[in-house]
Design a protein around this ligand. Structure first.
Ligand SMILES: [Mn+2]
Length: 275
């Protein structure tokens, strides 16, 4: 696909430099791209052939030895992809890859807000791997923009609560989504908290492990496919979504493709809703 005319720009970032528990996120981008051939070219909700908008897939960003160098490489690779009309989708890799992407996006789109789907709040100031740890990703994002809305969070430390008290009111828990009325209210709360221009970061562990088991820290009590896609649909309709990442897919090597297939479907949904 000619990158000049493509709407969607897919950038693989196979980085897992600071992972502290289950490894494998570096294999995420390849696994997602591989199964993406199996996905229909038409979206079943909107009935649009989103692939016709054009999808350009780039070579992976080579993983660096140091987090600082990795952040620089990601920024350099993704910065040219943020342009009016272009919609970058970055495939991780661990969650620490998100801050340099948000930094690049915020340079093009002032007043940017970030919508984070995640089991973990990732607001620690430092963790294993220092300032650029996967557990610090959203703390770094808060240094770029104060507009951060978090969905699906069910695991965090007392320190995070204490140090980022303003985030507590901008958090949508999974129980809030469990009835039709709850989901409707949650969507409204999300829309009210976001600015007009939105970047989406989607940690696959936001889903319940029943949906996406192959991830570093599969937390029970997660979101369903329907809850996640309903929120993505409403946000894409009401806001200008300018890019997204899907991170923390750590594929099994036993032939179970449930998680990467779901991730590929998620990417397709994001494309279909933002054609
Ligand atoms: Mn995360």
């Amino acid at each position: 696909m000619n990158p000049e005319t493509a709407r969607f720009h897919v950038l693989p970032v196979p980085y897992e430099g600071t992972v502290c528990f289950m490894h494998g996120a570096a294999r995420g981008p390849d696994a997602i791209l591989e199964v993406s051939d199996q996905i229909e070219r038409i979206d079943e909700t909107l009935q649009n052939e989103y692939v016709n908008a054009g999808i350009a897939t780039y070579d992976p960003v080579p993983a660096a030895d140091s987090p600082v160098e990795e952040m620089r490489r990601i920024y350099d690779a993704v910065r040219p992809l943020f342009r009016p009309g272009r919609f970058p989708i970055v495939l991780g890799g661990e969650h620490s890859i998100t801050p340099p992407i948000v930094r690049a996006a915020a340079e093009v789109y002032p007043n940017l807000s970030v919508l984070q789907f995640d089991a973990h709040s990732d607001l620690r100031d430092e963790f294993t791997g220092g300032k650029y740890s996967h557990a610090s990703a959203m703390r770094r994002v808060l240094e770029i923009t104060p507009f951060l809305t978090q969905v699906g969070i069910r695991s965090y430390s007392a320190v995070e609560l204490r140090e980022c008290p303003s985030q507590i009111n901008k958090r949508i828990t999974v129980p809030m989504l469990e009835t039709e009325e709850g989901l409707r209210k949650a969507v409204q709360k999300i829309l009210d908290s976001l600015t007009d221009t939105v970047y989406i970061t989607f940690d696959i562990d936001a889903f319940d492990p029943a949906y996406a088991p192959a991830t570093g820290t599969p937390e029970p009590g997660g979101m369903t496919w329907r809850q996640a896609t309903a929120i993505l649909y409403e946000v894409s309709l009401a806001k200008k979504v300018i890019g997204a990442d899907v991170v923390e897919v750590a594929p099994y090597q036993n032939g179970n493709i449930t998680t990467e297939y779901l991730a590929a479907r998620l990417v397709a949904k994001i494309m279909a809703f933002n054609c």
